[in-house]
Design a protein around this ligand. Structure first.
Ligand code: IPM
Ligand code: MG
Length: 367
């Protein structure tokens, strides 16, 4: 049976367009070999949209996303737009509204350090021998990012600013189920990260995780305070399997995880809404790294994170698991055979240093 899917491509700023071009070529190749079609439309977002229309998330872009099964996102932002009012900046004016609008509460951020790339990690080699594979599940539409009240006022002539860290039990339950389900497909170990020794929202978080654990008796649940988790991640990354945490803690820990993996340019991410009856969810898929304005347009950026984001999209939103696996295997083979973009090159003899296009070609040839 041949399926017809629809996606919206938002390449954005910086290296976004050049790495997206490689992902799109890979998509065309798996369409042919795996027997499905993906109708795709490309739209403006971020700084590129500001320059063209004055807004980082123009209405036509949002409408195009509403008609699609998923969004393949590049990256947004850059120095050119940094001094605009907050709501008109690429990150806060496009990324956060997209997450909220589509209810993308579950953010999956894999932090994988392949054995072949451990030397690219800034962590001492003896601490990461053999590499590691951690999945960070971050709550993405709640907590202090969106909690009310929020804002600034004056008290006795002095400026005061506040944010509210707030969670409803139902919000914790649904992200917990996503994390437990992910753990079931892996080593069945789930670490919940909170600050239950200080924060009321964390106490509810921990209670709820313990309750939901009863639905997943095979998964071993443990808890850690976020400050300790930040330390343990560097000290023994190999001991983690799946980590679940609230929005702000997840923002911070997922950057730490990306850094210690030594390959930010390799890491994809998925932001998912509620699953339908087929187990598929609307989602937005983007590289974990940013728009990297310093190397934009030079043809040296690593396209792997964008290509692996496409693989996640195929798996979680389109149900094309075989195509996703084919892409992931082709990427693994490409790395194994020594192809390296500048970010992961270390000058070892078996390495071939290549640019964005050639890296895409190498993956394409191994599909
Ligand atoms: C991320 C980013 C965003 C966040 C910013 C750009 C708003 O850091 O996706 O991790 O804080 O969520
Ligand atoms: Mg972040």
């Amino acid at each position: 049976m041949s399926h017809k899917h629809r996606i919206t491509i938002l390449a954005g700023d910086g290296i976004g367009p050049e790495v997206m071009a490689e992902a799109v070529r890979i998509l065309a190749a798996v369409e042919c070999t795996c027997g499905f079609t993906v109708a795709r439309t490309e739209h403006l977002v971020g700084g590129a949209a500001i320059d063209a229309t004055g807004h980082p998330l123009p209405p036509e872009t949002l409408q195009a996303c509403e008609k699609a099964d998923a969004i393949l996102f590049g990256s947004v932002g850059g120095p050119k737009w940094e001094n605009l009012p907050p709501d008109l900046q690429p990150e806060r004016g496009a990324l956060l509204p997209l997450r909220k609008h589509f209810g993308l509460f579950a953010n999956l951020r894999p932090g994988i350090c392949l054995p072949a790339l451990t030397h690219a990690s800034p962590v001492k080699q003896e601490l990461i021998a053999g590499g590691f594979d951690v999945l960070c599940v971050r709550e993405l539409t709640g907590g202090v990012y969106f909690g009310a009240p929020k804002g600034r006022h004056e008290e006795n002539g002095e400026p005061v600013a506040l944010d509210t860290m707030i969670y409803k039990k139902s919000e914790i339950e649904r992200i917990a189920r996503v994390a437990f389900t992910a753990a079931m497909g892996r080593k069945k170990r789930l670490l919940s990260v909170d600050k239950a020794n200080v924060l009321a929202s964390s106490v509810l978080w921990r209670e709820t995780l313990i309750e939901i654990a009863r639905e997943f008796p095979e998964v071993e649940l443990s808890h850690m305070y976020v400050d300790n988790a930040a330390m343990q991640l560097i000290r023994r990354p190999g001991s983690f399997d799946v980590l679940v945490t609230e929005n702000l803690f997840g923002d911070i820990l997922s950057d730490e995880l990306a850094m210690i993996s030594g390959s930010l340019g390799m890491l994809p991410s998925a932001s998912l809404g509620t699953c339908n009856s087929n187990g598929l969810a609307f989602g937005m898929y983007e590289p974990s790294g940013g728009s990297a304005p310093d190397i934009a347009g030079l043809g040296v950026a690593n396209p792997v994170a964008q290509i692996l984001s496409l693989a996640m999209l195929l798996r979680f939103s389109l149900g094309e698991g075989a195509a996703a696996e084919a892409i992931e295997n082709a990427v693994a083979l490409t790395i194994q055979e020594g192809f390296r973009t500048a970010d992961i090159a270390t000058g070892l003899p078996h390495e071939t240093q290549v640019g964005t296009r050639a890296m895409g070609e190498a993956v394409l040839a191994r599909l």
